[in-house]
Design a protein around this ligand. Structure first.
Ligand SMILES: NC(=O)c1ccc[n+]([C@@H]2O[C@H](COP(=O)([O-])OP(=O)(O)OC[C@H]3O[C@@H](n4cnc5c(N)ncnc54)[C@H](O)[C@@H]3O)[C@@H](O)[C@H]2O)c1
Length: 285
């Protein structure tokens, strides 16, 4: 299927990034969020990235204008009839919230529309099951920050058709990204490997083994990681990290995935990382 129009549901750090890469690659994009401020922040984020690209000589002013013209923000889902050929969801990492979003989209979207979720860890099959189009449903997992990171994990649900898979694989290529196909198991590959490492880093702080800065330093200087695990956790969002650990813990029923109590406490305190200005570190902008 040829995709011309795309809708992105959720304008947070991932949704805004996904909308940006589609608009930059020539697609008509609608960006929707049920929070007006988040929608405004999402649009501003896109504009800022384009401005930085212009300053670095990576983008022409005309290309920015054209990309921004292709981008439309939508404050209400049923404002107008949905026309997108492809809808990707990037709302919070919560099964019930995602299922509710897709129940609604299933009623409003044209029959041919393909649905994708950017979930980091939830079962694709279980989200798809609330729609009447499980064969047109897939996991398309972008990495953070979306404009920079090359990888997209593509995850087929139990009923995902070959045609849907092929369309999403082609879309990934059209965005200049590289795909890896993984099975529908909790955390897929990326977060099954990454998140226990982050959780373990939080445990080392919780148990007083080293300071936040020193844990990050060990992994940067000792393992050549570009960013320490606690800084990375702040970038991902501590609420998202906690949700993923809970999904791994529930999904495998294995105590090795038990979320660190300190991670839970930070989330309870509203210290969600960079997006709220404070997590393991403090951020001024
Ligand atoms: N943060 C990461 O590094 C990362 C990486 C890959 C995938 N993901 C996944 O992407 C998804 C979004 O993560 P994020 O980091 O962008 O989160 P975020 O908190 O930055 O953004 C979530 C957005 O969803 C909106 N939202 C919540 N409920 C909604 C609803 N019912 N309808 C419309 N909008 C709604 C919120 O207003 C918010 O703007 C999650 O599933 C997450 O697991 C995150």
């Amino acid at each position: 299927m040829t995709v011309k129009q795309v809708m992105v549901v959720g304008a947070g750090q991932m949704g805004a990034g996904i909308a940006l890469v589609f608009a930059r690659s020539g697609y008509q994009v609608q960006l929707y969020d049920n929070n007006k401020e988040a929608l405004e922040r999402g649009k501003q984020y896109i504009e800022n990235i384009f401005n930085k690209d212009i300053a670095k000589g990576k983008m022409e002013t005309d290309s920015k204008r054209e990309a921004m013209e292709r981008l439309q923000v939508v404050g209400e889902l049923d404002e107008k009839p949905l026309t997108a050929d492809f809808i990707i969801e990037a709302v919070v990492e919560n099964l019930e919230v995602k299922q509710e979003v897709f129940r609604k989209l299933d009623k409003l979207a044209p029959e041919h529309t393909i649905f994708a979720t950017n979930t980091s860890s939830l079962p694709i099959t279980e989200i798809a099951a609330v729609t009447k189009r499980a064969e047109q449903f897939i996991g398309m997992h972008f990495m953070n920050p979306v404009p920079v990171m090359k990888l997209v994990e593509i995850i087929r649900g139990l009923e995902t058709s070959e045609a849907t898979y092929q369309t999403v694989k082609d879309l990934t290529e059209a965005l200049g990204k590289q795909d890896v196909e993984v099975k529908d198991f909790p955390g897929f590959v990326s977060n099954r490997v990454l998140m226990p490492m982050i959780n373990e880093a939080v445990y080392t702080v919780f148990e007083g083994i080293a300071s936040i800065e020193d844990v990050d330093q060990v992994m940067k200087l000792g393992m050549n990681h570009p960013m320490g695990p606690l800084q990375l956790a702040d970038f991902i969002g501590l609420d998202t990290c906690l949700s993923i650990m809970e999904i791994l813990y529930d999904g495998f029923g294995d105590s090795k995935y038990r979320p660190c109590p300190l991670l839970r406490q930070y989330v309870q305190a509203g210290r969600l990382g960079k997006k709220t200005g404070r997590g393991f570190y403090t951020y001024s902008d």
